[in-house]
Design a protein around this ligand. Structure first.
Ligand SMILES: *Cc1c(COP(=O)(O)O)cnc(C)c1O
Length: 374
């Protein structure tokens, strides 16, 4: 029998979360962001749940090929554009739309031979200082692109640095609007946090946004996988999102600790009274963060308890005190939904590890087998 650890992808939850995006941005078309192998879920595994999107956005050409291989004929957007000239040939062949964020990419387009002009998304660096033309240079880049026979329609795109926090999106929106106001073309601005926090008031966003973002194309990533972009201010449950992934395993041993006994490497948990613990077949080599300290929430038989001691490569320990009747073979939910329906948000586990849900999903290890369910 294989080790009992298993991830489950919940197709219906992905569909539900996509629907939540549609509610929050009813007038926009939706790019389902599936970069990083669909945030660790697996592009092929999420495809059924996300095929209701209007397009797929990603970074790797190899991933774009995989989306086409699934039979997707709709739009695919390369969020970082191309990396070298011959990537443009693949764009032509697969009909990929691509971001243009620097002069070098325009140079490549200018030398690219194609019969079919490309749809491009011209990126503005409106303040994040990662990719894109500065506001001062944006219009010159647009003019240069617009003159190329290799270019068809030009859409306008930017990315928010603080849509999840106090700073918000107003400054970047103002910069973007000022520079682009008389340029034609579709706009793409919002990531998950902007969609949820800065959407139209009519959709009942539960806090007053400081600015409403209008996008022809929104770009949700994390929300469609069921994690809150702004945890702990808001939780996935409060945004009415459902976990797209469950990571589950089983208890493979139990130990009865006497007062003063310790658990795991470094003996950094010491029992203050006699207690029963379970040893779970899940460790950092499965993608569970080693940084999770004693006290990280975890479910046993759908009952909330805590981890104990250091996470090791293949195992971790849990406190069985609150879980009467648990023992060898009991179900353990590291994050996601337990068999009894109780949910442990990935964001809570991530917070214990000092990180975000994004990182945990993306780090799911290849050795974990993955099941796709409805
Ligand atoms: C990753 C990414 C997104 C999606 O971000 P989320 O926070 O996961 O919604 C949107 N746009 C761009 C350019 C990205 O790189």
């Amino acid at each position: 029998m294989p080790r009992p650890i298993q991830a489950t992808i919940h197709t219906e939850a992905l569909r539900h979360n996509l629907e939540r995006v549609r509610e929050a941005a009813p007038d926009a078309r939706v790019w389902a962001v599936v970069k990083a192998n669909a945030y660790g879920h697996g592009i092929e595994r999420v495809f059924e749940g996300l095929r209701g999107a209007d397009g797929f956005a990603l970074l790797d050409l190899e991933e774009a090929q995989r989306v086409r291989a699934l039979g997707w004929r709709g739009p695919i957007l390369l969020l970082e554009g191309v990396f070298e000239l011959r990537d443009l040939e693949l764009c032509s062949r697969l009909g990929l739309w691509h971001t243009v964020h620097c002069d070098e990419q325009i140079d490549m387009l200018a030398t690219h031979k194609t019969n079919v002009p490309h749809r491009v998304f011209l990126k503005m660096n409106s303040g994040m200082n990662r990719l894109g033309f500065t506001p001062l240079r944006y219009r010159a880049a647009w003019t240069r692109l617009n003159a190329l026979p290799q270019v068809d329609e030009i859409s306008l795109i930017t990315h928010f640095s603080d849509a999840d926090g106090a700073r918000g999106v107003a400054e970047q929106m103002a910069v973007f609007a000022a520079v682009t106001q008389d340029l034609p073309g579709e706009r793409s601005l919002s990531n998950s946090a902007a969609i949820l926090r800065h959407s139209l008031p009519a959709t009942g966003a539960h806090q007053p946004p400081d600015a409403y973002v209008a996008s022809d194309w929104v770009r949700p990533g994390i929300v469609i996988y069921g994690s809150a972009p702004d945890f702990p201010e808001n939780s996935a449950a409060s945004w009415r999102l459902q976990p797209g992934m469950t990571l589950a395993s089983k208890i493979i041993a139990t130990q009865d600790l006497a007062t003063g006994s310790s658990v795991g490497y470094g003996s950094n948990f010491v029992a203050e009274q006699p207690m029963r613990i379970g040893v779970v077949a899940c460790g950092y080599a499965d993608g569970y963060p080693r940084a999770c300290p004693t006290g990280t929430p975890i479910l046993v038989n759908g009952v909330r308890t805590r981890t104990l001691g250091r996470v090791s490569m293949d195992m971790l320990a849990v406190d069985l005190t609150p879980v009467a009747g648990a023992g060898f073979g009991s179900e353990v939910t590291l994050w996601g939904r337990a068999a009894n329906g109780v949910v442990l948000g990935i964001d809570e586990v991530a917070q214990s590890a000092g990180t975000v849900g994004y990182e945990l999903m993306c780090a799911l290890a290849p050795r974990v087998s993955v099941l796709v369910t409805d």
